[in-house]
Design a protein around this ligand. Structure first.
Ligand code: ZN
Length: 154
């Protein structure tokens, strides 16, 4: 009994985003990270390639802030990590020292290498494709069988 309670408590920290929304999840543990609605920009660069700027994220912990000189100037940034699997995902802009970069304050960068698109992205299309393929497969298999039977008869 004790074990079950602890297990449930351990699970409660994970936030779930509305399943009807297009969401981004942690590629390592599939915890939800952000809604597509919260995406500000796709044109950021992380240490491992492309990175996205989000207005808000979930299931993400924040390390201590430190000053770093980025391509766009001096910023106070903090590493962010997935609360479920502890993988470092990107960083948070705590403070921007240049006025042109102020819009990034309090926003989150997640590197594309750590994210996977989840829910309603192309679910309808995928379902339709699957049905189409199944239909095509069934009809061609039937034709094939007929041909085979014909050949065997000759
Ligand atoms: Zn994770």
């Amino acid at each position: 009994m004790q074990t079950i309670i602890e297990h449930q408590m351990g699970k409660t920290f994970q936030a779930y985003l509305a399943p009807c929304h297009r969401t981004y999840s942690c590629i390592h543990c599939r915890a939800h990270l952000a809604n597509h609605d919260e995406l500000i920009s796709k044109s950021f660069q992380g240490s491992q390639g492309r990175a996205y700027l989000f207005n808000s994220v979930v299931n993400v912990g924040c390390g201590p802030a430190e000053e770093r000189v980025l391509l766009t100037g001096l910023h106070a940034v903090a590493d962010i990590y997935c609360l479920c699997c502890r993988t470092t995902l990107g960083w948070k802009y705590e403070h921007a020292f240049e006025s042109s970069q102020k819009y990034k304050e309090g926003k989150y960068i997640i590197e594309l290498a750590h994210m996977i698109k989840d829910n309603g992205w192309d679910h309808e299309l995928t379902t339709r494709d699957k049905n189409m393929n199944k239909d095509m497969f069934t009809s061609s298999a039937q034709k094939f069988q007929v041909k085979q039977t014909g050949k065997t008869a000759k």
